[in-house]
Design a protein around this ligand. Structure first.
Ligand SMILES: NC(=O)c1ccc[n+]([C@@H]2O[C@H](COP(=O)([O-])OP(=O)(O)OC[C@H]3O[C@@H](n4cnc5c(N)ncnc54)[C@H](O)[C@@H]3O)[C@@H](O)[C@H]2O)c1
Length: 366
């Protein structure tokens, strides 16, 4: 039997809760494809920082490099400055492992109310540059002057753009490049230029240029027509939270951090540690479950990711399984147990939703 070695980092707040709810589902989905899963639990995060002065050990990235994939919960504690923990763990890992691309699928689900009325289902993917842009960490502080320098390189733009075009080819063949090149005169014009040159290799994919402010309005007014959004680090971060809000909230938004073609990916819900509900047992585990599905896609476990998405689809159709963020009264465990049960049904392997609405990671460059 093929085996996968998965590192898990619960982190802080609801992070460990959603990871615990997800692991039995991940394991069952992989085993149904004939793949066993060994997990390596890592106690990194706020607690680790209070104990050792660091959110993770100095060789953290090397430890993860030995694994096939990483499932990450969330980081952030009210008693530790946010930037120290975020940089000490999640942004630090994205940079140390050179996880070039952040992929954030967004879709509406039967049974879950969308925040806006739309004729077509919502089904798009935010592809976000993940290592530089406004989060490059370049700048400084002199008294009351704060300088934050955005860094945009051809290399980083190009690899993100290629990923977006590859993904669009598997989907409906449309890429929307999101910039602010009317007001920012250096970095975003480079995005326009590099993306146009990558587009030459993908003549079958449609490319449009949209300013980020116009895209924010369009996501609310006409989200149905969107397919793949190609974004810088900051714009992708903000727009994907807006997107999560459209389809049920932060508990519904999964993500993948990957370096196409190399190394283990890191898969995590888009949400943070949600200190306001941590410990109450009511965090919605769907974002983490769907992140596990992306991990299984990325590691090439045939059918396993779709198995999880199908089971989530069936579960969400029943309002009795909804956690409070979706308007229900179910607990984290109620929801994940229902997903596990649906996955293990005799028909659990068969897609129970239109497959064109299920999002997989591109496999061509693995
Ligand atoms: N990648 C990460 O680990 C990450 C991402 C974002 C924020 N953070 C950190 O998390 C902490 C809290 O940040 P925040 O409040 O801005 O964002 P958040 O995502 O933690 O919470 C925002 C809102 O969404 C709700 N929510 C989030 N996840 C949910 C879930 N699974 N089920 C139901 N409701 C959920 C919360 O209850 C809260 O009302 C901060 O320390 C922040 O820096 C970490």
């Amino acid at each position: 039997m093929r085996g996968l070695r998965i590192a898990t980092i619960g982190g802080d707040g609801v992070g460990p809760e959603v990871i615990e709810a997800t692991l039995p589902v991940l394991r069952a989905a992989a085993e149904a494809s004939g793949v066993s899963v060994e997990t390596v639990a890592l106690d990194w995060g706020g607690e680790h920082m209070l104990r050792t002065g660091r959110a993770m050990p100095a060789d953290g990235a090397d430890v993860l490099s030995e694994c096939d994939g990483v499932l990450f919960g969330a980081v952030g504690r009210p008693d530790i400055p946010d930037d120290e923990l975020i940089w000490g763990l999640i942004i630090g890992l994205r940079q140390a492992l050179d996880l070039a691309v952040n992929v954030r699928p967004v879709r509406s689900w039967d049974g879950v109310t969308t925040a806006v009325r739309t004729e077509e289902p919502i089904d798009f993917v935010v592809v976000r540059e993940n290592t530089e842009g406004e989060y490059a960490g370049v700048g400084g502080r002199v008294g009351q002057l704060g300088i934050e320098v955005a860094v945009h390189s051809r290399t980083a733009i190009e690899r993100t753009a290629r990923y977006a075009f590859d993904l669009a080819r598997q989907r409906r063949g449309r890429v929307s490049l999101v910039t602010k090149s009317n007001a920012m005169r250096y970095g975003y014009p480079l995005w326009d230029e590099v993306t146009a040159s990558v587009h030459l290799d993908y003549p079958d994919v449609e490319l449009e240029h949209v300013l980020v402010d116009a895209m924010a309005a369009r996501m609310v007014q006409r989200p149905g027509g969107l397919d793949v959004l190609l974004c810088s680090n900051l714009f992708g971060d903000i727009l994907s939270d807006l997107a999560a809000g459209l389809v049920g909230g932060m508990g519904m938004a999964p993500s993948a951090n990957v370096l196409p073609g190399r190394g283990p990916g890191l898969f995590e819900p888009v949400h943070g540690s949600a200190p306001d509900i941590a410990g109450a047992g009511i965090a919605n585990p769907v974002a983490c479950l769907l992140s596990a599905a992306l991990l299984l896609d990325h590691t090439g476990v045939e059918g396993a990711g779709d198995r999880i998405r199908s089971a989530v689809t069936t579960t969400l159709r029943d309002p009795a399984t909804h956690t409070p963020d979706l308007g229900g009264t179910a607990t984290t465990t109620d929801l994940s147990t229902s997903v596990l049960t649906n996955l293990q049904q005799p028909a659990g392997g068969a897609p129970s939703a239109p497959t064109e609405h299920l999002v997989s990671l591109p496999t061509s460059r693995r």
